[in-house]
Every structure is written in structure tokens, then in C-alpha cells.
Design a protein around this ligand. Structure first.
Ligand code: ASP
Ligand code: MG
Length: 407
């Protein structure tokens, strides 16, 4: 079997954990598998490197930032190889350049375009375990670029897709994908399996288990993906096409606190206003999430939307620059809001989901500021202080009572 095993930062945080992971790799290798390993930087290394950079320059160029951050993963792969050498397992570590992982030029947010696997295959054929740096690629210039925070998952899935691996295992510090973040949702349960689409919604809604691009790739290339713990032998969660989440209506609840709301009061109520506003935001690369527009009155209306907190400054300057074209009266910006969402493929075909959802927020006494829905999710915007409470109420309502309305 050809296996790709990816280990996150906590799984390789110190010498003891590296040795423990090396033992796991050795067992797979000894039982006759070809093994490719993808690693993240150890523990908080990436955050520490970012702090280090900011001590020197508050606004460093993205190119140099990538040059710096990519060193974290390079440390991990070399150390892991040393641990395997000590266990007499033949192995070699490769960085993105040596492994020929080609990516787009967007420093700090590149996408993998292709991988030339010749070297990798040669090393595997020579009987070695190949340890590859996650989170990075090389661009056309030959510069190292990173794939966005959490991007090592994507490196692993891309390698698994390209090598047509039998299985891609994502090892982390939790047992798998839960119905909600166990640090927030008291009665969160581990899922045995989840579909690519639900996982994708989850990942983009702020669940930290998998990088969303990795799920996109897994779906596109039908990669067998499993999320499991590096600290136990528990079964993990299988991510696959058409997975049925037991008999549950939803697969879980997600809370995203990296949200800000902006309201533009009194813009012209005429065609083109939203276009002018949102195209200006797009030019500044600000992604807009939930949008709410009021009914017009006296030729004026209000437009509200949510964005990531880190985009507030860019959004404000975009809004300022369209002022004369959309004629707004004022702008209101609220930072302490959060998005609470439910995700579930079962929602599309079951009536009563929205009623159950809002019954939960009502009995929790939580005020809902904005709502958005898709086929497989409902999201609401609430005050940040209410978010965890609301998420628990919604979670419990669906887990305990939803069977009543499922056909
Ligand atoms: N080390 C990178 C990060 O902390 C990539 C990853 O862990 O996947 O974001
Ligand atoms: Mg991660």
C-alpha cells in the first residue's frame, strides 16, 4: 500500500513526540507499505517566527516572510529523519524545491499547481521513507512560497492525489472530526465519517481540523482521507464522497469568532450601488461573507456585511473610496460579533430544520443579527459573548431532538 501520513505541529512538538511518531512510521514501513510523510513545523514554531519577524519589522514583505516561515517545516523533516535513522529506517527528507512542488506566486497564500514526483518515486523505489516539508511550494522564479496557515494538510492531500496513494492519513491532536469544537461544545461527539461537501463547509466555517483547500483537492481527486490522533490508536473520521453521518440531520456546529460586521447606512437605493461597493471591496481582496440589505425608504437603504477582522482596515478604505459614488450617510463597524453555523447534508431534504434552529436560539435567549443559508448550512451572526452559548444550545437541540423530524 502507498500511504501518505501527515503530522501536525502538536504531533511533532518535542523530541519525545517526534520519537513517538517515528515509531508509528516505522510500524507502517515494517509492514511493507511505501510511506510518504508530510510534516508541519513543531508546536508554535510558525507563530514564534511571525513574532520574531514583527520584532524587527512591523510590515515585512511577504516574500521574506515566506522565506522565514518555510524554515519551520524544514526543521521538522530533518529531525524526523534523524529519529528514523536512529531506528534504522532508511529515509530521506525533502523540502519543496527538492520535492518539486510547484505553486502559484502568491506569497503567503500560494496554491499547489503540480508536483514532479520523479525524485520522490525514485526514493520510494530505493526503499526509503520520504519525509516532505508541508505548507510550502516553489513558484516560477524558484522562490519558496507558503500555502496559507494550516496548509500542510493541503501538501499531504496534493501528494496523495499525485501519487495516487491508497490512503492519506491526517494525524492531529484530536481523535477525528467532531460535531463541534470540543473546547466549546460540551457534548460534541466524534463522527465516524463525513462527506467531502460537509467537511468543506466545516473547514471554511472556521473548524480548524483541516485546511479547506485540502478538502477541495481530496474531493476533486477522490483521495481517501482519514483524520485521526497521533496520540492514540482510536479509529478517526473518514472523509469521503456521500458519507452518511449516522442518522443525524446535521454533521455539526461551527463557531467563527474572526468576524467583523460593517453597516453602511443610507446609501442610494438604485441599481448599481451594491455592484460599486462590492467590486471596490474585491479590488482590495476583501472577501465578504454574510450580506444583508434593508428595504429602501425615501430613496435610501442600508447594506450590512461581514468580513474577517484582519480585513477591516482594507474594507474601510475601500468604502471611503466609493463614498462619492454611492452617497452613504454613515458607516458603522462592529468588532465583537461571531458567526455560528450548522452544517449537514441532511438539511437539504428535511423540512423543519430552520424552525428547530431558531427554536434553539430563542430558548437560549440569543438575539440573531444576520442570517444566511445554503443547501447544507445555516449561519447566523450573534454578539461574540453569546456565541458559545448559542452554539451549545443549537448543537444539543439537533443532537437530542432532531431525530423527531427526520424522515
Ligand atoms: N506550520 C504552518 C502553520 O502553522 C502550516 C501547518 O501547520 O499546516 O500554519
Ligand atoms: Mg492544521
Amino acid at each position: 500500500m502507498l500511504l501518505v501520513m501527515k503530522f501536525g505541529g502538536t504531533s511533532v512538538a518535542n523530541a519525545e513526540r517526534i520519537n513517538n511518531v517515528a515509531g508509528r512510521i516505522k510500524r507502517k514501513y515494517d509492514s511493507g507499505n511505501k510511506v510518504v510523510v508530510v510534516l508541519s513545523a513543531q508546536g508554535d514554531t510558525t507563530d514564534d517566527l511571525i513574532d520574531k519577524a514583527h520584532e524587527i519589522n512591523k510590515n515585512p514583505s511577504k516574500r521574506e516572510m515566506d522565506m522565514l516561515l518555510a524554515t519551520g517545516e524544514q526543521q521538522s523533516v530533518a529531525l524526523m529523519c534523524m529519529a528514523l535513522e536512529a531506528k534504522k529506517v532508511p529515509c530521506v527528507s525533502l523540502n519543496a524545491d527538492q520535492c518539486r512542488i510547484y505553486a502559484t506566486s502568491d506569497y503567503s497564500n500560494a496554491r499547489i499547481k503540480d508536483i514532479n514526483t520523479q525524485r520522490l518515486k525514485n526514493e520510494l523505489d530505493a526503499g526509503k521513507v520520504v519525509i516532505v516539508t508541508g505548507f510550502q511550494g516553489i513558484n516560477r522564479k524558484g522562490d519558496v512560497v507558503t500555502l496559507g496557515r494550516g496548509g500542510s494538510d493541503t501538501s499531504a492531500v496534493a501528494l496523495a492525489a499525485k501519487l495516487k496513494a491508497d490512503l492519506c492519513e491526517i494525524y492531529t491532536d484530536v481523535d477525528g472530526v467532531y460535531t463541534g469544537d470540543p473546547r466549546i461544545i460540551k457534548y460534541a461527539r466524534k463522527l465516524d465519517e463525513i462527506s467531502y461537501d460537509e467537511m468543506l463547509e466545516f473547514a471554511s466555517l472556521g473548524a480548524q481540523v483541516l485546511h479547506n483547500r485540502s478538502v477541495e483537492l481530496a474531493k476533486k481527486y477522490n483521495v481517501n482521507l482519514v483524520v485521526r490522533s497521533s496520540l492514540s490508536n482510536a479509529e478517526g473520521t473518514i472523509v469521503k464522497e456521500g458519507a452518511k453521518v449516522e442518522s443525524m440531520l446535521i454533521s455539526g456546529v461551527a463557531v467563527d469568532k474572526n468576524v467583523s460586521r460593517i453597516s453602511i447606512i443610507g446609501v442610494d437605493d438604485k441599481p448599481g450601488t451594491a455592484y460599486k461597493l462590492f467590486s471596490e471591496l474585491a479590488k482590495k481582496n476583501v472577501s465578504v461573507d454574510i450580506i444583508l440589505q434593508s428595504i429602501g425608504r425615501d430613496g435610501k437603504k442600508d447594506i450590512s456585511f461581514t468580513i474577517a477582522r484582519s480585513d477591516v482596515n482594507d474594507a474601510m478604505s475601500a468604502i471611503e473610496s466609493v463614498k462619492s459614488r454611492i452617497n452613504y450617510e454613515s458607516v458603522d463597524h462592529k468588532e465583537n460579533v461571531a458567526k455560528v453555523s450548522i452544517v449537514g447534508a441532511g438539511m437539504a431534504t428535511n423540512a423543519g430544520v430552520a424552525a428547530l434552529f431558531f427554536e434553539a436560539t430563542y430558548s437560549a435567549g440569543v438575539n440573531v443579527n444576520m442570517i444566511s443559508t445554503s443547501e447544507i448550512k445555516i449561519s447566523i451572526l450573534v454578539d461574540e459573548k453569546d456565541a458559545d452559548y448559542a452554539a451549545n444550545a443549537i448543537h444539543d437541540k439537533f443532537m437530542l431532538q432532531a431525530s423527531a423530524i427526520r424522515h
